[in-house]
Design a protein around this ligand. Sequence first.
Ligand code: ME8
Length: 659
Amino acid sequence: MGRTVYLTTPIYYVNAEPHIGHSYTTILVDVLTRYHKMMGDRAYFQTGTDEHGEKIVQAAQKRGIEPQEYVDRVSDLFASTWQDIGIAYDDFVRTTEPRHKALVQEVLQRVKDKGDIYFDEYAGLYCVGCERYLTATELKDGKCPDHEVEPKEVKEANYFFNMEKYKGRLIEHIEANPGWIRPERFRNEVLSFLKQPLEPLCISRPKSRLEWGIELPFDDAFVTYVWFDALLNYVSAVKETAKGEDLFDALWPACNHVIAKDILKTHAIYWPTMLLAADIPLFKQLDVHGYWLAGDSKMSKSLGNVVRPGSFDRHFGIENLRYFFFREMKFGRDSSFTYELFVERYNSDLANGLGNLLSRVSSICKKNRGGAIRPVPEVTGAEEALIDKAATVAQRYPEHFEQRDFHLAVEEIRGLLGATDNYINTTAPWKLAKDPDRAEELDRVLYTGLEVVRIASILLHPIMPRTTRTILDYLGDERPTDGSVPWDQLTAWGGLTAGHILGDVPRMFPRIDEKKLEQVSAEAEAEAARATAEAAGAAPVRGDFEPIGEEIAIEDFAKLDLRVGVVREASLVEGADKLLRLMVDIGEERPRQVFAGIRSAYPEPAVLEGRHVIVVANLKPRKMKFGFSEGMVLAGGGGTDRLCTATFKGDLRPGDKVS
Ligand code: ME8
């Protein structure tokens, strides 16, 4: 086993749905995790949601629901979005969980006992969007530069944490560890900020103003300020993981935070001073990236210019977005996100680049060699140049990843693919195929073209895991990329296996045309207009959540005649291992016969007898092998092991309408 790495994303506020900005950091950490695993390291990936604070309460109030119900809903949305787009995190922490609350209270007590927390009165300018007091120098035209709203003046008695006491030790640490905050620009920014005295950090909110938070262990009239609470997630969730393990000693020394620059101050000043006060060693690394911009502004829910990961995935494929992220953004700098730019990069690098190289070489191989990969041929100067280039790219790739120069790694892969494209154009295998005397040359060119695609797929694997797995399987390289095969071996020239027969060419990276681009951009604009109106205070025009499938109108729904049914008889169906035969009474002369695919959940069907269910009563009867099915019974959890019929609590009668 190589090194251990503990990678974290920020825990996101649940006042907004996940958008492309959050997705970037989460995808970045997912890619880093996969990269480390491929290199043979132990990588642990944690993300989660930040659920306390004023703006969460405001968001819940706006929807007329309790904060707990609201945070449950949006936290689930974050977790399911990450799962839907293939993010492989190890733990998802929520700040409303008992494991987290307990640690926050323990740390507060410890710091209080040390004398670093005191009670005082304070007046300042508070930005609810940032959930912190801003200093006058941070304002732009009197407004918060990130949220473009004027902060409000707040004056109240609260508990304060004496950050100034730890400033000297923090400066020493930053100076002694030049790479601790990366890129260097941000390190310098922090050092220059630390030249001024550090104002005490207000770490409480009186319950009279805000009840939604973790109660202070030493004063039950107050809750903990959301940042003092949130930052501790990085410790609480490894002290007690979701599986109940204590991984703190193993992981904490290897903790690498990844954030955007909006939360630099909280992570580079609040957090380390908190750790010093709590006698917890400092984290290992802070990596800070720039913003994805829409036009000139940071993409954010409050500014109403968001792009949602789920809808992006449906339109264009999430792995293509992952590629775009890594190709486009220089770590630490801002980058623009537009659909036009995405499509341009996709078409040139993936449709015309990697995809085209794979399909043109494959089709010549299939046409002239029956798809068979021949043994590694003798090489000439032209191939040697490519082999050297591939070796250099593979050798520098980990250096670029370690330095967070991801765009350079991608640039070099593009260079390798471009050089191979030129090589194919020059060697013209389609011409070689017509000349039987040049069979050996053809073998060499086909091998070289496909071997470069294989190596490029290994290199792109952390960025596009599913897509590259498809290509690697197609090329016959089924070796695992989990570190069990050393990196040098995976990327060494000659990995294609002689004798492998190519199957059907996977249809990769179809070109995206103008029409599709226009359609998606128009939808995105409409969505942005809706979100902007809502952010400006208008009542939600429609629910915040994206439609899961195709939307239907209320008139479509009204066509369904749903009725309460009571199961009178339930039995197995011979010769159908998924079905049960139910006789369901919906208040008609005789019960209806319904065949339902729920046998896996009810191996003893008699338990259903007497149960109230929902029946689709106006479904056209369907003739089946075993007789007519005269309706449908609704069940939840299809495709999972949680399958069960929908039922009622309450005194309903057969035939009652369900609406
Ligand atoms: O700040 N470009 O949560 P948050 C790039 N709860 N990254 C972006 C982005 C954009 N346009 N928009 C968001 C919080 N992000 C706190 C964190 S941690 C203890 C508490 C990403 O929901 C980026 O990682 O406002 C940024 O730092 C984070 O989302 C802010 O998420």
